[in-house]
Design a protein around this ligand. Structure first.
Ligand code: GRF
Length: 218
C-alpha cells in the first residue's frame, strides 16, 4: 500500500470535524494519516480529540504575532517540521494570507457550512433561513486567497425545514459535514482530485466536478 499522506488539521474550537477525520483515517485503507493538529487557541475543545488519539498537537496563538505573515510563517514552519503534505482547515477561524495559500495550493482543504458559492462568510445558517432557500448543505473545497472560494471537492445537500431554527439547521448540516469531509480528504490524499481551471475532476471513473452525497443514504 502507498504511504499515507501526513495530514495536519487546523482548528479553533469544538473540533467535531477533526474527530470524524481522525476516525476515518483510522481505517486500514485510509490514504491519509492525521499526524498533527494545530490550534490558534489554547482552549479549543478539539485539542482533546487529538490528545485522546495520541496525535501531536501544537498551539500557535495568533495574538503572539505582530503580523499575519509572522503567524502564517509559524504555522508553515511547524507543518514542514512535521513533514506534513496535506492540510485540512476545520473550524479554523483565521483567514490565511495569500502567501500561505499559494504555498499549500491544492494541498489545503476547507469545509464551509453552505452550498458554495452561495452563502460565503459567517452567520451562514441565519442568512440561509432569512433567504428562504429550500436546500442548503456543506462544501469541502481547495482553498484560494479569496475567502470561502476555490475548486469544490465534495458537497452534500440537506433540506431546510419550515420550522428550522439556526440551531436545528446547523445540526443537520453538521451531520452532512461529518460525512463529506472524510470523503474529500480521502479523494485528495489518494491523488484522485485533478484541478482543471477552477474546477475539480474526480478520477474515480465517474469524473463529476463535485461529489454529491445524499446525507440520508447509508
Ligand atoms: C463547521 O460548521 C465548519 O463548517 C465551519 O466551522 C464549524 C466547525 O465545527 N467552518 P467543528 O469545530 O468541526 O465542530
Amino acid at each position: 500500500m502507498a504511504e499515507r499522506r501526513r495530514t495536519a488539521v487546523l482548528i479553533s474550537g469544538r473540533g467535531s470535524n477533526l474527530r470524524t477525520l481522525i476516525e476515518a483515517c483510522g481505517r486500514p485503507a485510509a490514504s491519509a494519516e492525521i499526524a498533527l493538529v494545530i490550534s490558534n487557541r489554547a482552549d479549543a475543545a478539539g485539542i482533546e480529540h487529538a490528545r485522546a488519539a495520541g496525535i501531536a498537537t501544537e498551539v500557535i496563538p495568533h495574538g503572539a504575532f505582530a503580523t499575519q505573515v509572522g503567524f502564517d510563517n509559524a504555522i508553515d514552519r511547524t507543518l514542514h517540521e512535521q513533514a506534513i503534505s496535506v492540510v485540512c482547515l476545520a473550524g479554523f477561524m483565521r483567514v490565511l494570507s495569500p502567501w500561505f495559500v499559494e504555498r499549500w495550493r491544492d494541498r489545503l482543504l476547507n469545509i464551509h457550512p453552505s452550498l458554495l458559492p452561495a452563502f460565503r462568510g459567517l452567520d451562514t445558517h441565519r442568512r440561509v433561513l432569512a433567504a428562504g432557500v429550500r436546500f442548503t448543505g456543506c462544501t469541502v473545497h481547495l482553498v484560494r486567497a479569496e475567502v470561502d472560494a476555490g475548486p469544490i471537492v465534495a458537497q452534500a445537500a440537506v433540506p431546510v425545514h419550515q420550522d428550522d431554527t439556526e440551531h436545528s439547521l446547523a445540526a443537520r448540516v453538521l451531520e452532512a459535514e461529518h460525512r463529506c469531509y472524510p470523503i474529500a480528504l480521502e479523494l485528495l490524499a489518494s491523488g484522485r482530485v485533478r484541478v482543471i481551471g477552477e474546477r475539480t475532476v474526480i478520477d474515480d471513473g465517474t469524473a463529476p466536478d463535485a461529489v454529491m452525497l445524499n446525507p440520508a443514504s447509508p
